[in-house]
Write a protein that binds this ligand. Structure first.
Ligand SMILES: [Zn+2]
Length: 71
């Protein structure tokens, strides 16, 4: 089952594993207030990807300028 990052109208943000039908049928409830008025929160996927890209850079980039065989 997929994980969802959800934000409740009360401001609670939580991560929950639920089936798609549970989400579509609003069977997921806020653990804090019990409301099912939740909206999806999209985590910063682009930020994570750019961090991974930075890790793939040559560790000696400050010396080789990025043109050594590591790239
Ligand atoms: Zn809530």
């Amino acid at each position: 089952m997929p994980f969802y990052d959800l934000k409740c109208k009360c401001g609670e943000v939580f991560n929950i594993m639920a089936s798609i039908s549970d989400k579509e049928n609003r069977r997921i409830k806020c653990p804090k207030c019990g409301s099912n008025e939740l909206e999806s929160v999209f985590s910063n996927v682009n930020v994570i990807q750019s961090r991974n890209a930075a890790r793939n850079e040559c560790p000696n980039i400050h010396r080789c300028g990025g043109c050594c065989p590591h790239n």
